[in-house]
Design a binder for this molecule. Structure first.
Ligand code: PLP
Length: 437
């Protein structure tokens, strides 16, 4: 767990924070973020250790709960999102699960945009359902009034993705924040595709942000990781009846009331103290180090991804073999205006499209790419491609696929930061083979 208390960083811009936030070496200390590859931390007497266990004192005692390397990187992401506290997790899946389970119990209910990553959809509709937590998936484009109908007295949070994977629906964050707040619950936004470089959901009313840091934040496909950041804006005490875990004593920590004792850091402290303690899912220090390396160049890479993706989208839009294309950074796209409002600097590097020959032509096209590789990955420095209906979303039935905005011919083309001309030439040659009579 890391509270973003590094005052030095508060006035810096993203590019500076990407390099400097979270770790400030003192005299004679390593310039590079050290990898603290240690499960344990030594103390002088048992009383000191006891105070750590009681959460009476700040400090490290066991890396399943918190580790200095991971915390430094969490503080960097916290600064980028403009939050008050953050934590890293071992994957994006763990981040979304912890973010929700931290404030939900059996018998509770979640409202989520239907257009979300297949793994998150599975987490909600299968695994969390087994735990007694119900979900209603809503059309993110529905009117505020329609969305209100999904809310129940036991709803504990609203969830959505800034730019959905893979349908590239841009979430109207303000509409979803109003929905959540009018019903006394927080809005959790998965900001993986936009990254804080292109969108800062807290500025539009989101309360908690999650990330699969596996994607652009890392950028080099080197580690699997996740992050949770709290804005500190949601008033748990004002909605104490809904969130007893935050506002009533935790007997497993000698009666601590998280929202009272830790104030704005209460939510992240609870997730660390209870969920990391009981479920693990902590990132390896080496993975946190690799993530930190990726973060250093994030602003440069995001600008290059967006510029290349726009060129690819423009090329595809004018190609006779392309049945349809969706890219929120492309003028005329259904979500262009919403993207301009929430992400004026750019959206992401992912472009989705279908080919006129349907599913078979799409697969033939992918199989013939030479530069773009077929991998279970997205948002990487290297161009990669995937067919969600056959891969990431294959567990969904046809109806669920439509609900998630995934048509059977949808190709998810993750534009990398190679030379844009080379990427387009690769698409051109693969299209020529896929569409040859
Ligand atoms: N959220 C989004 C938007 C994703 O795209 C993914 C993975 O693709 C996840 C969460 C899950 O992240 P991870 O694969 O790091 O567990």
């Amino acid at each position: 767990m890391q509270q973003c208390t590094d005052r030095r960083m508060n006035n810096f811009k993203d590019a500076t924070n990407c390099l400097h936030a979270g770790y400030e070496p003192k005299k004679g200390e390593p310039r590079m973020l050290p990898i603290i590859q240690s499960t344990t931390f030594k103390y002088d007497d048992s009383d000191q250790m006891g105070r750590l266990f009681d959460l009476e004192e700040d400090g490290y005692f066991y890396s399943r709960l918190a580790n200095p390397t991971a915390d430094a990187v969490a503080a960097k992401i916290c600064a980028l999102e403009g939050g008050v506290a953050a934590m890293l997790t071992s994957s994006g899946q763990a981040a979304n699960f912890f973010a929700m389970f931290n404030i939900c119990n059996a018998g509770d209910h979640i409202v989520s945009a239907a257009t979300i990553y297949g793994g998150t959809s599975n987490l909600l509709t299968v695994t969390m359902k087994k735990m007694g937590i119900d979900v209603t998936l809503v059309d993110p484009d529905a009117s505020y009034e329609e969305l209100c109908k999904a809310m129940r007295p036991n709803t504990k949070l609203v969830f959505g993705e800034t730019i959905s994977n893979p349908s590239l629906v841009v979430l109207d964050i303000e509409k979803f924040a109003k929905l959540a707040h009018d019903h006394g619950v927080p809005l959790i936004v998965d900001n993986t595709f936009a990254t804080p470089i292109n969108c800062k959901p807290f500025q539009f009313g989101a309360d908690i942000v999650t990330h699969s840091t596996t994607k652009y934040m890392d950028g080099h496909a080197a580690q699997v990781g996740g992050a949770i950041v709290d804005s500190g804006n949601f008033d748990w005490m004002a909605h104490g009846d809904k969130f007893p875990g935050m506002t009533t004593p935790d007997e497993s920590y000698h009666g601590i009331v998280y929202a009272e004792k830790f104030g704005k850091a209460g939510y992240i402290t609870k997730a660390t103290a209870q969920l990391m303690r009981d479920l693990g899912s902590t990132p390896a220090p080496m993975n946190a180090f690799l993530l930190n390396m990726g973060l250093e160049s994030l602003p440069l890479r995001m600008a290059a991804h967006c510029s290349n993706a726009l060129k690819v989208a423009q090329y595809l839009k004018n190609n006779e073999h392309v049945a349809w294309i969706s890219y929120p950074g492309l003028e005329g796209d259904k979500y262009y205006e919403t993207a301009q409002k929430y992400m004026p600097k750019g959206t992401c590097g992912v472009v989705v499209f279908g080919l006129k020959g349907g599913r078979e032509t799409c697969i033939k096209f992918m199989d013939n790419l030479k530069l773009g590789s077929i991998v279970t990955h997205v948002a990487d420095a290297k161009t990669c491609v995937l067919h969600p209906a056959s891969h990431t979303h294959r567990q969904l039935n046809d109806e669920q696929l439509v609900e998630a905005g995934v048509s059977p011919d949808l190709i998810r083309f993750s534009v990398g930061i190679e030379d844009a001309g080379d990427i387009i030439a690769d698409i051109e040659q693969a299209l020529a083979i896929a569409t040859a009579e």
